[in-house]
Design a protein around this ligand. Structure first.
Ligand code: EPZ
Length: 419
């Protein structure tokens, strides 16, 4: 088991580069299944979830290679229709393979997806949408789904909620469908726009991502050699911003895209953090640690404040003067990490989806367990700003979304090592 040992209390100073976005690269890799040509995806982070997706593509018979930050998928041969259970159950994104594999070969055996322990994560919208497009889906045994279709039929789908994954699944299914598919109340996240851009590069007629209504005109076959670069990871950028806010210091983030992080910047500015856009790709963050509480903030789908930054924000607010209220509206149970923060001296009360955070003057180092990706990031932030030494166990959860986090943070002055 890998763990982080962190000596808190060091200001951060220097520059950090933002890598490609995990939640963009995963659906784009799933989309390469639709292409009989060669897809070269640039700016791919080297993360556990990305390796799992590469493993799944290879197990389907596709040739997959990594060259530095590029992943190349040769789409000619797709020989299998079964997603290995031990890979599918490792991450939530495996569910978006359904639309792509069914579109291309008409049959798939896949288990229910895994992912972070942040409450029940049903897939009802995925299944009902694919059924509406004509798929027959049966629950076999031990959580294995068998899905079949001759050819998807374009149709109109109104989502009950703008689910990111369900929107992606429908977009992928619609590419090789008969006729036009319209998704209403679609998710508007930047990763959805990135997937649309990738599909447009493949020649697919798809429009509207980012607006809430997406239209896709199906085609018979996709065969194109393309190169595509993935957008920067807005949550990694936000996490670094939260690190500086909590520890104090001054860093410059390189290779960012401001619009997707603007809600995070807005909140941190309200807490008293100085954030300045140097130019379209570089941003300065400066904090003197004397942070102020935020009255109330709710997480919500994009362009609202992202649920994937909620734990990191709570960590920052735990030392802000005054009382802050955070309301988690996206996931049912995303406060698992709070119990661990309490070991460091925070004053946080959680009742269902509401966390009340009373800022304390100091946190002290503690022995901690990470139980999910963003919760693990929140513990890292708290440990960096605490007095004394902290140990964070189970950093494999953190490794799912942050590439060698300890190395990046060490380059800007944090005292953090992996053992
Ligand atoms: C994506 O998950 C992200 N994962 C999550 O990032 C992110 O937290 C989430 O979107 C919201 O932004 C990836 O992109 C791989 P949803 P996804 O479908 O697609 C409910 C991280 O830390 N729902 O928008 O699974 C669901 O339970 C991760 O990087 C249904 O009820 O999110 C949740 O309450 C964690 N039925 C809400 O919708 C469904 O069929 C939003 O989920 C689908 C979803």
């Amino acid at each position: 088991m890998n763990r982080f040992i962190i000596e808190g209390g060091n200001r951060l100073q220097g520059e950090l580069k933002i890598p490609g976005a995990k939640n963009a690269v995963l659906p784009i890799l799933a989309a390469t299944i639709l292409n009989r040509g060669t897809s070269r995806i640039k700016n791919c982070p080297n993360l556990e979830d990305v390796k799992t997706m590469q493993g799944i593509l290879a197990s389907l018979g596709l040739k997959v290679e990594r060259e530095g930050r590029d992943i190349i998928v040769y789409g000619k041969t797709l020989t299998a229709n079964t997603v290995p259970e031990h890979l599918a159950s490792r991450m939530r994104s495996s569910i978006v393979l359904m639309g792509a594999i069914l579109g291309r070969i008409g049959e798939i055996y896949i288990s229910y997806p895994g992912g972070c322990a942040i409450g029940p994560r049903p897939i009802d919208m995925h299944l009902s949408s694919l059924r509406k497009m004509g798929a027959e889906i049966d629950d076999l045994y031990n959580g294995i789904l068998h899905c079949k279709i001759n050819k998807f039929q374009g149709t109109e789908i109104l989502l009950d909620y703008p689910s990111v994954g369900a929107t992606e699944n429908i977009m992928l299914a619609a590419c090789l469908a008969e006729g036009e598919t319209i998704v209403r109340n679609a998710a508007k996240e930047p990763e959805i726009v990135d997937l649309q851009n990738f599909l447009q590069n493949l020649g697919v007629e798809i429009y509207g991502a980012g607006t809430g209504v997406i239209r896709i005109i199906g085609c018979n076959e996709i065969e194109k050699d393309i190169t595509y670069s993935v957008i920067p990871d807005r949550i990694v950028a936000g996490t670094y911003m939260a690190c500086v806010a909590a520890t104090g210091g001054e860093i410059i983030l390189n290779d960012i895209d401001y619009e997707p992080v603007s809600s995070i910047a807005y909140l941190l500015r309200n807490c008293g953090v100085f954030i300045e856009l140097i130019d379209s790709k570089n941003m300065k963050i400066k904090s003197e640690k004397n942070l102020k509480a935020i009255e109330v903030i709710r997480t919500s789908p994009y362009p609202g404040f992202p649920t994937d930054m909620q734990p990191q924000l709570v960590s920052v607010l735990s030392k802000a003067s005054g009382t802050s209220v955070v309301i988690e509206t996206v996931f049912e149970n995303r406060y698992g990490y709070v119990e661990q923060l309490m070991r460091m001296g925070t004053d946080i009360t959680v009742r269902e989806r509401v966390a009340v955070i009373k800022g304390v003057k100091r946190l002290t180092g503690a022995y901690l367990d990470a139980s999910d990706l963003r919760g693990g990031a929140a513990l890292t932030i708290a440990a960096l700003s605490a007095e004394g030494i902290s140990t964070i166990n189970n950093v494999m959860h953190i490794d799912r979304g942050y590439e060698e986090l300890e190395k990046s943070l060490s380059t800007v002055g944090a005292k953090i090592k992996r053992i």
